[in-house]
Design a protein around this ligand. Structure first.
Ligand SMILES: [Zn+2]
Length: 207
């Protein structure tokens, strides 16, 4: 009996589609995303990217590029990887260009989110740095939050990850009140969504 390759392929593609969604809604925090979905030893994201490029799994490419790029340059260019996980100069060029664009976007959007939103809600605590009249000390406190968020991405990016201020700033939120923290986390949801919409363009997959 002959294998029905198209049927096998479409079944594999269904499984892949869930882990490498082509719609923002597929990125729900509860969902398993990326290389973790493969059974057996977890493949390196570069290897998955190579596979999808070879197999022309076009709808999954924006996410596959992102998963490889988010770990940063050292991971993209890791020469100790086995041959199947090493990226060709062409794929590497696209991935690095995309990573730099996402990194820049993350810095800019985080800065805008933390500094631009001052006083767009009322603080729940009188000693929250956002409540103090704007001055150098306030900026310093906000800058610390920006640094914590962007530093946590190291040389890669976390722009598509749901932002947890508790994770990056610790339980005391660096002195900011719950309202401020909540406002930033809600605002970051828009940043994620915008970044998601830009992935195909960023990784040269459009037009
Ligand atoms: Zn506050």
């Amino acid at each position: 009996m002959k294998y029905e390759m198209p049927a096998v392929r479409s079944r594999i593609l269904d499984a892949v589609h869930d882990a490498y969604p082509d719609a923002f809604e597929g990125l729900a925090p509860s969902k398993q995303i990326g290389e973790e979905v493969f059974t057996g030893p977890t493949p390196h994201p570069n290897e998955v990217l190579n596979l999808f490029v070879q197999q022309k799994v076009t709808s999954a490419l924006p996410m596959a590029y992102y998963m490889a790029a988010r770990r940063g340059l050292d991971s993209l260019m890791d020469m100790r990887l086995q041959a199947g996980a090493r990226l060709s100069p062409e794929i590497l060029r696209v991935a690095i260009k995309g990573l730099l664009a996402l990194h820049k976007m993350e810095l800019k959007e985080t800065h805008h989110l933390i500094f631009g939103s001052q006083a767009s809600w009322s603080c729940s605590r009188s000693n929250c740095p956002s409540r103090t009249t704007t001055g150098p000390r306030v900026s310093e406190a906000h800058q610390k939050v920006v640094d914590r968020i962007t530093d946590s991405s190291h040389s890669g990016t976390k722009i598509l990850q749901v932002l947890s201020l508790k994770e990056v700033c610790g339980g005391d939120y660096l002195g900011f009140c719950e309202s401020c923290v909540e406002g930033w986390e809600v605002g970051h949801a828009d940043v994620r969504k915008n970044a998601w919409g830009m992935l195909p363009g960023i990784f040269g997959l459009k037009g």
